[in-house]
Design a binder for this molecule. Structure first.
Ligand SMILES: Nc1nc2c(ncn2[C@@H]2O[C@H](COP(=O)(O)OP(=O)(O)OP(=O)(O)O)[C@@H](O)[C@H]2O)c(=O)[nH]1
Ligand SMILES: [Mg+2]
Length: 201
């Protein structure tokens, strides 16, 4: 597996957009519904258990958590969207901050969209795919928690989701994944590593 992300270090956490690191270099964001496994995925990718905070309680990530794996190259763990039990005020805050981030962040080069393989392609997931394609951003879908399904169910979910993605975007790629078992981490790494190469040249 690629070593690119293995040197990742915690950089900073931001409650507001203006507390993020300087908008320079390149970064990718991990987005998806609350509890889909964004933080666990960052830990699997970086081979660093405990780097991003994981919890059994949805709505755990309530900050933009930034990790740097090389100078000026970052992974951003975002709060999940759509979790009803997060207080209304907090949900509105994050909706506003995340929207602003996605629309304005110049160093954002791509998004990894994480879904629970048992509940893929909810409305926000579709919007993200469509928006990423329109904006010319790289995008890759992880059908996470694949360890919860049989092989045949997994294959079926992958085929169906690929068809649904194709209706929205010609460029978005998709794979099955288990952040818990690190299954598919090599494919994830091989897919997103090239996003960082020669982007500014
Ligand atoms: N079975 C299984 N559980 C997983 C997997 N990935 C994550 N989980 C579990 O799902 C729960 C949520 O994981 P997180 O990584 O915190 O999810 P998140 O998307 O960051 O959640 P928020 O920060 O609340 O938006 C935890 O209990 C994880 O252990 C996986 O691949 N398989
Ligand atoms: Mg999280």
């Amino acid at each position: 597996m690629s070593q690119l992300f293995n040197q990742s270090q915690y950089l900073v956490s931001a409650y507001r957009y203006d507390q993020l690191p300087e908008d320079e270099g390149q970064e990718i964001a991990f987005v998806g519904r609350s509890n889909a496994g964004k933080s666990t995925t960052i830990n699997a990718l970086t081979n660093h258990k405990g780097l991003a905070k994981v919890s059994k309680t949805p709505g755990r990530t309530q900050l933009f958590n930034c990790f740097e794996f090389a100078p000026g190259q970052r992974l951003i763990d975002l709060p999940g969207y759509g979790y009803a039990k997060v207080p209304e005020k907090m949900r509105k805050h994050w909706q506003k901050e995340i929207d602003y981030y996605l629309m304005n962040r110049q160093s954002l080069i791509g998004v990894v969209i994480i879904m629970d393989i048992r509940h893929p392609m909810k409305a926000f997931d579709e919007q993200m795919i469509h928006w990423a394609a329109q904006s010319g951003l790289h995008s890759h879908v992880l059908l996470n928690k694949a360890d919860k399904l049989s092989r045949s169910e997994m294959t079926k979910a992958l085929l169906t989701t690929k068809k649904d993605i194709a209706k929205l975007s010609q460029t978005t790629t998709c794979q099955t994944f288990s952040a818990l078992r690190k299954q598919g981490a090599d494919v994830l790494s091989a897919t997103i590593s090239p996003w960082f190469v020669n982007n500014d040249e």
